[in-house]
Write a protein that binds this ligand. Structure first.
Ligand SMILES: C[S@@+](CC[C@H](N)C(=O)[O-])C[C@H]1O[C@@H](n2cnc3c(N)ncnc32)[C@H](O)[C@@H]1O
Length: 300
């Protein structure tokens, strides 16, 4: 029987959920520590077998959200009861509870009824979260009910995603239950550092494996905005150093996208093993995938 692939309940933009099978087939069969410097929503560490997991992301809210979810792994009922309280407090729709949008609204706004129904509630919930930014449950719900389920803050540090045309449905409920079940059996350590500091800070041995899914230089998404050529160079230099120490790594990237070409990465990759991946690359502005070449580059 094939292993069930689970989706991270963060529904992270650009996650590797659909590529897990391909990645798992390429990863080493025995991994002591699975090390992930750019973990994002966590779909990869959730679906990889190892003795320990050491994962990192530079986004402090991504790490806060994982820590928050991990803290509830043995308290599923409590988690869902707080969700329910908030749904009732703010008067949100919630398909998973049978709290559906009224039929008249569905009929009038055929494609946008969730957004129309939840807009006022969402704005109130966002205002309450932004008050002191400490209620991570509210942040989680803002993501679930938000546009494209993104994690987006403005330059003043306020969460500023608009309401989305989605609600808390069975898929979200299942993803949370699967996450709790999955992490219960795992030994996970989380860091919130730049990838280079992270890799310099941890102990890496011969039987460990590093999987890297950095922001892509030539595509657009919220977390790619601060990634530049200097970072790309830091990345490939770091990987060369790991290679010299005989540490196994595999790194994902997009070589070519919509007439843009990542020369730095492509030239560097020639000295390693380049594996083409059937791309599912979907960006926020563009959901076609015809013009992308996605690869996994490994040194083993
Ligand atoms: C392509 S996403 C990873 C997606 C992940 N594989 C998944 O399945 O959800 C890249 C991640 O790198 C993080 N990131 C960006 N710059 C970073 C840096 N300098 N150091 C560490 N993480 C960084 C972003 O916050 C983002 O979560």
């Amino acid at each position: 029987m094939s292993k069930k692939i689970i989706r991270s309940p963060l529904f992270y933009v650009g996650d590797k959920f659909k590529l897990i099978k391909q990645l798992n087939n390429i990863f080493p069969s025995k991994i002591d520590k699975f090390i992930e410097p750019f973990c994002g929503g966590g779909s990869v560490f959730l679906n990889t077998n190892a003795n320990e997991y050491i994962v990192n992301d530079i986004d402090k809210y991504v790490i806060k959200l994982h820590n928050f979810l991990l803290s509830y792994m043995d308290k599923e009922d409590l988690f869902f009861s707080i969700i329910k309280e908030n749904i009732e407090k703010y008067h949100l729709s919630a398909t998973y509870l049978g709290k559906n949008v009224p039929y008249e609204l569905k009929y009038k706004f055929k494609k946008t009824y969730f957004a129309k129904y939840n807009k006022f509630a969402y704005t109130n919930m966002r205002r309450d979260f932004n008050h002191n930014k400490e209620d991570i449950m509210l942040l989680y719900m803002l993501i679930i009910y938000g546009f494209n389920r993104m994690i987006r803050f403005n330059s003043s540090g306020d969460f500023n995603l608009p309401v989305g045309n989605v609600d808390f449905n069975k898929n979200v409920e299942n993803a949370i239950i699967d996450y709790f079940d999955n992490v219960k059996n795992k030994n996970i350590l989380l860091y919130n550092l730049d990838f280079e500091d992270f890799l310099n800070n941890i102990d890496i041995k011969k039987n460990d494996f590093i999987y890297l899914d950095p922001p892509y230089l030539i595509t657009f998404s919220e977390y790619n905005k601060n990634w530049n050529e200097y970072d790309e160079l830091r990345l490939i230099n770091t990987l060369d150093k790991l290679n010299k120490k005989n540490i196994k790594f595999a790194v994902s990237n997009i070589l070519w996208h919509k007439n843009k070409y990542n020369c730095i990465f492509n030239e560097w990759a020639q000295k390693y093993n380049i594996i083409n991946i059937s791309s599912n690359y979907i960006s926020y502005h563009d959901n076609t995938n015809k013009n992308s070449i996605e690869v996994l580059v490994k040194n083993y």
